[in-house]
Write a protein of this length. Structure first.
Length: 294
């Protein structure tokens, strides 16, 4: 899938869906000389999205969201995306951006990265710049490591800091239950702890790629693995409790996404998934029953 293929144009307005992602696998290979961590992960898009509306205007950048606590200036990735686009393309103009957030903030679901990707793709269409995918990736990488992935989405293997992408056989449509407890996780802090943390189990990449190639959802579910989970879970034991409950409720497999705190489970039985979602909804606000998308 390409994010730009799903954008609706209405004159000088672009309406985009900015999708969330989950990590089927996430492995931290070590710290590089530049201070970043080298990672290897399999990412998957799910049908939970923010709505991003971009209006073309003569000059200036305006960003607003439905969440009062989010910044509306250069600290917002959507604002930064505008600045990068106009600086690179040398186009004269501006943008008014409205973001309706549905994806929880700081949840390990790439909500912000998806917003940045949506703005880049929307501006490219509104201004007719016809940027290549490589150019969009380049601009996206300046905003964040997950932004290039969010431009294309689907099922992909990511290496480096997340910017080296290889498309994989798509995961068949699968029911996903997302549960985010009301805690805040600092991604830099988790990465810092990873340097000294023992890693007793790493993802089996070869087995995961084989399971995806076979379209075997139960096998994929049994291979879910995120090495950051043990570090985040030690700090926030509720993550382990959510994972255990998902499995007891009939999930084929469960894992944490990104640096957390969102935990997800794959279900083959939609009735069981709905019952599980209802039980979690009595405890947490951010509970989403959705599907994977290709």
């Amino acid at each position: 899938m390409l994010l730009s293929d799903d954008i609706i144009l209405n004159g000088g307005r672009a309406i985009a869906k900015s999708y969330a992602k989950i990590n089927l696998t996430l492995d931290v290979l070590g710290r590089m000389e530049n201070g970043y961590h080298e990672i290897e992960m399999v990412m998957q898009t799910v049908n939970l999205f923010d709505l991003v509306i971009v209006d073309r205007q003569e000059h200036g950048i305006r960003v607003s969201t439905n969440l009062r606590y989010l910044p509306n200036n250069e600290k917002n990735i959507a604002y930064k995306a505008c600045m990068e686009f106009f600086a690179y393309t040398k186009r004269q103009g501006g943008a008014k951006i409205l973001i309706h957030k549905n994806i929880p903030v700081a949840a390990g679901l790439a909500g912000g990265s998806g917003n940045g990707a949506a703005v880049l793709c929307a501006l490219d269409l509104l201004y007719g710049t016809r940027l290549t995918l490589e150019e969009l990736f380049m601009l996206g990488q300046r905003l964040g490591a997950d932004v290039p992935y969010c431009i294309t989405g689907g099922t992909q293997l990511a290496k480096g800091i997340g910017e080296q992408l290889t498309p994989l056989p798509p995961l068949p449509k699968t029911t996903v239950l997302l549960v985010k407890p009301p805690i805040n996780v600092s991604t830099p802090a988790i990465y810092a702890q990873m340097d000294a943390a023992p890693i007793p189990e790493r993802p089996d990449k070869a087995a995961m790629l084989a399971a995806l190639a076979a379209g075997d959802v139960p096998a994929v579910s049994g291979l879910l693995c995120n090495v950051m989970e043990q570090v985040t879970r030690a700090q926030f034991p509720v993550i382990g409790g959510i994972k255990k409950k998902l499995l007891l409720n009939g999930a084929l497999g469960a894992s944490m996404s990104g640096s957390g705190p969102t935990v997800f489970g794959f279900f083959s039985d939609d009735a069981a998934a709905k019952q599980s979602a209802d039980s979690f909804s009595t405890m947490y606000k951010d509970v989403f029953l959705t599907k994977t998308i290709q």
